[in-house]
Design a protein around this ligand. Structure first.
Ligand code: PLP
Ligand code: ZN
Length: 364
């Protein structure tokens, strides 16, 4: 499995055996890797995300760090009078789909032979990285903003990670982690390309669960874009291997109180990071300066998608509505349901919404 890391800014190339998470010029790296899908073999394997083995950029099986996670149920449901498919991504070992990214990234870290990593997160990514580092016996430092849900902080600590709670904003937290990462490896869920090569498995599963067909519409919460851009990467790989021919429309959803991507999309503009966003109950996507904004906007544009916003009231209404149907998710995950309520869909479209995080981690 040959692969290399490419800089988006200066086009420098690095071997994937180098422990790099960004370019020496400061640019973002993408992973150049040829994914393959031997369908008859895949079908015979265990129902977890590692069944797409030839599409996952880890050289040797013995480095894989996994709890047999993934292959989450895709279930038909009527939501606000609309027939949709819910992908139950809250049913992961650490309670969110971030385990997809963590499984692949921590496997890569194991393969690189690293003993210590740093990560920053508003909670779920930190918990996921902490869980997989615990399994891999890797020393793990997690930076979180002071406003993070206490349940998530406890979880990170109980996994045995070193927790650094940062006074100030989500952005201050990212900066503190970034500084620490100058002398260690940054297991960042948004800088590190391996994380996205884990989150891409969500769309592989959806396509397989639909009989190797794409849905018409995907509605995804977006802050740093780990699920949105990850889905795009996965779709392009499936398309390149002729597993699918068309791409679904990717519709991103942001909280109106923190919507740099929605604003950039509407104004056909660069996302502005200067303005200070308001607080939102959707803590998982409260990102004022998404570093992969260009990747996210490109994914939405190429798939003829859209980026919508929802208000705090709409998020809470959707949250309480879906919990009454038996889905115990966290507030961030409800943004897609709130968007679905307002969004016009054509009849007979196959619409998939991920439920990204478990409700037990949030006291709302
Ligand atoms: C991480 C996360 C998301 C998506 O966030 P991105 O910043 O776009 O990666 C959505 N919901 C939950 C619960 C999350 O933890
Ligand atoms: Zn560069």
């Amino acid at each position: 499995m040959k692969s290399k890391l490419l800089c988006q800014s200066c086009h420098a190339e690095y071997s994937s055996s180098e422990p790099r998470w960004n370019c020496t010029c400061g640019g973002l790296l993408t992973l150049d890797f040829h994914a393959r899908f031997p369908i008859s073999n895949i079908k015979k394997r265990k129902p977890n995300l590692w069944r797409y083995r030839e599409a996952l950029p880890i050289n040797q099986d013995r480095h894989i760090i996994s709890f047999d996670e993934g292959f989450t149920p895709l279930i038909q449901e009527e939501v606000f009078g609309k027939k949709v498919l819910l992908k139950q991504e809250h049913l992961f070992p650490s309670g969110s789909y971030k385990d997809r990214g963590a499984s692949v990234l921590v496997s890569k870290i194991k393969e690189l032979g690293l003993k210590k990593v740093v990560e920053d997160s508003s909670g779920n990514a930190g918990a996921a990285i902490a869980a997989y580092c615990a399994k891999a016996s890797i020393d793990c430092h997690i930076y979180t903003p002071e406003k993070t849900s206490p349940e998530k902080l406890i979880q990170i600590k109980q996994y045995g990670a070193h927790l650094h709670v940062v006074q100030g904003s989500r952005k201050d937290t990212a900066l503190a982690a970034w500084n620490h990462a100058q002398t260690t490896y940054y297991a960042s869920h948004y800088w590190n390309p391996y994380f996205f090569h884990g989150t891409k498995t969500c769309i592989f599963e959806i396509v397989e669960q639909l009989g190797w067909k794409t849905p018409d519409v995907l509605i995804i919460p977006v802050g740093n874009g780990t699920l949105l851009y990850g889905s795009y990467i996965g779709l392009k790989e499936l398309q390149q291997e002729n597993i699918i021919d068309k791409l679904p429309r990717i519709i991103g959803v942001q909280a109106e109180n923190c919507a740099p991507l929605a604003n950039a999309w509407k104004n056909k503009d660069e996302p502005t990071s200067g303005n200070s966003p308001k607080e939102t109950i959707a803590e998982g996507i409260a990102i004022s300066n998404p570093v992969r904004a260009n990747d996210i906007l490109h994914s939405v544009k190429e798939t003829n998608g859209d980026i919508l916003t929802v208000t705090e009231k709409e998020i809470l209404d959707a949250l309480y509505y879906i919990r009454k149907k038996g889905y115990y998710i966290e507030p961030t995950s409800a943004v897609v349901l709130a968007a679905l309520k307002k969004h016009h869909l054509h009849k007979n479209q196959v619409v998939v919404l991920p439920l990204t995080g478990h409700g037990l981690k949030h006291k709302e």
